[in-house]
Design a binder for this molecule. Structure first.
Ligand code: ADP
Ligand code: MG
Length: 482
């Protein structure tokens, strides 16, 4: 371990109550300090980063200042780490299960969760922890994706309304369209528009406190805040310290009673203070399963706009824009060809373009129509042998050098967890099995574990070239195996 980090930990330990130390400092992971004075620290979630940054960063920096050449330039960079996030989730899950068992024994399932009790607890702990002030975490600078701006968004008939509404909201938040609810299938630009709204508001009103969060993160932070008696800080972040709430993928709240309840109050607080709320979902409000009626009616009370799969011309324009952004030399004929073949969503369109560019570069060939034909056509039209769960598990285990029993075990270490997620993803994709069915075949996992696995791999597929290569290989083996 870095000696300064060890020293920082010692200092923090002596400053903080044991509870605060264990809650906030112990899970931090120090990833290094570079020549520019940037200290990289890994955290389980953003809410966490905000809090530690607001309350403890000064202490950490002070320790480091004594040991670096240019102390004036010292600053912290917070990175949300998926491993830490998973650990935290696992811990929360374990505690939840223990709680549920205890509660059902005493027949008081919900009692512990009632609001006044929580608030009492929260105030009590806030008073006790020495270095933790009762104030809200520092203003969040929303972690907006820098690529998702209005000027990189191509408008066509399929997304015209959602785009126009987003522009209007970006220009005058909290006024005309509140809330703005955007819905549509995967990869059609909802997240892009949501971020673009954030960028626009930030450009016009630098002081606006913008919170961009997925419903999944919101849920995790909420559960975590409950567990750690930080509900007051959580509420400050989402209510009093928030001018614009951009909530992505609200469908994640399906069936999550308690988080919906919390979100309902968040929504009301913001709405009544004329703060802008933007919500996205993969389906129309009324179609979100297991969503409280009163939330559905809130969602419909503003403007509801959809994003549809883009038409051919829009697809061509998107490809050209993307190529320009990525510095890819894209011939008009190739763009046209790809746009004709890849129809379903924009993410896939982009993915295909990037794969083509990588391939052309590797082969040291121009990105020609020929290359595009040879690459894209088989990918689209190969009839898929679907295989079986057993086959998928076997092929995945062969690839990663694991035993089938590992996939069915409860082991959470990454070497097992990732292959398990990949295998679940393949079962879903190739066999279209239901989440509970897949869970059953993997040693009786909960369906939410499967849902998270499929989401996670989907995300990796979008972001990670290696993951694509692995999946290509696995799919190929499955297509071949008799
Ligand atoms: P969703 O949130 O609806 O699943 P995203 O907003 O993540 O979809 O979009 C997927 C990808 O496609 C992103 O990289 C996004 O930039 C891009 N994209 C979607 N629609 C458009 C568009 N109209 N113009 C340019 N890029 C787009
Ligand atoms: Mg999205």
């Amino acid at each position: 371990m870095h000696p300064l980090w060890t020293e920082a930990l010692n200092t923090l330990r002596s400053h903080l109550s044991e509870e605060s130390y264990n809650t906030w400092i112990a899970p931090l992971c120090f990833a290094g300090v570079d020549a520019s004075g940037q200290l990289t620290l890994k955290v389980p979630n953003r809410f966490y980063a905000d809090w530690v940054n607001a309350h403890y960063a000064a202490i950490i920096l002070e320790v480091f200042a004594a040991g670096v050449p240019e102390p004036a330039k010292l600053h912290c960079k917070w990175e949300v780490d998926e491993g830490l996030q998973a650990q935290l989730q696992a811990q929360v899950e374990r505690e939840r299960q223990t709680d549920a068992r205890d509660a059902s024994r005493s027949g008081a399932a919900e009692r512990e969760m009632t609001r006044p009790a929580l608030e009492r607890k929260a105030t009590a702990t806030a008073g006790r922890a020495s270095a933790v002030s009762a104030v809200a975490p520092a203003t969040t600078s929303a972690q907006l994706n820098p690529k998702y701006r209005f000027d990189t968004f191509i408008v066509g008939p399929s997304n015209q309304l959602a785009h126009a509404a987003s522009v209007a909201v970006g220009a005058s938040p909290g006024r005309r369209y509140n809330p703005l609810f955007m819905y549509g299938g995967v990869g059609l630009g909802k997240t892009h528009l949501c971020n673009a709204i954030g960028h626009q508001i930030r450009a016009d009103r630098p002081a606006a406190r913008i919170v961009y969060v997925s419903a999944e993160e919101f849920t995790n932070e909420f559960i975590w805040a409950l567990r750690n008696h930080r509900i007051d800080a959580f509420r400050a972040r989402y209510r009093s310290a928030c001018d614009v709430l951009l909530m992505d993928d609200i469908q994640f709240l399906a069936g999550r009673e308690q988080t919906q309840e919390e979100f309902f109050h968040t929504f009301n607080a913001l709405y009544h203070a004329d703060r802008q709320i933007v919500v996205t979902s993969d389906v129309f409000p009324q179609q979100i399963p297991e969503m409280q009626e009163r939330l559905v009616s809130r969602f419909q009370s503003g403007l509801v706009a959809d994003t549809q799969p883009p038409e051919l011309d829009t697809r061509v324009a998107i490809l050209q824009k993307k190529a320009e952004q990525e510095g890819i030399d894209l011939d008009a004929a190739v763009a046209h060809y790809v746009a004709q073949v890849v129809k379903s969503n924009v993410r896939e369109l982009e993915g295909t373009l990037l794969r083509l560019a990588v391939k052309a570069e590797l082969l040291k060939q121009p990105l020609s129509l020929e290359l595009a034909r040879a690459t894209v056509a088989p990918q689209q039209s190969a009839p898929m042998r679907r295989g079986s769960v057993d086959e998928i598990q076997r092929v995945v285990c062969e690839h990663y050098g694991l035993r089938i029993s590992d996939l069915k075990s409860k082991g959470r270490q990454r070497s097992v967890a990732l292959p398990r997620m990949v295998a679940m993803y393949l079962c879903r994709q190739r066999l279209q099995l239901s989440y509970p069915e897949i869970g059953d075949r993997f040693g009786g996992k909960d369906h939410t574990t499967v849902i998270n696995a499929v989401r996670k791999v989907t995300r990796l597929v979008n972001d990670d070239v290696d993951m694509n290569a692995v999946l290509d290989r696995l799919n190929l083996s499955l297509n071949r195996s008799a």
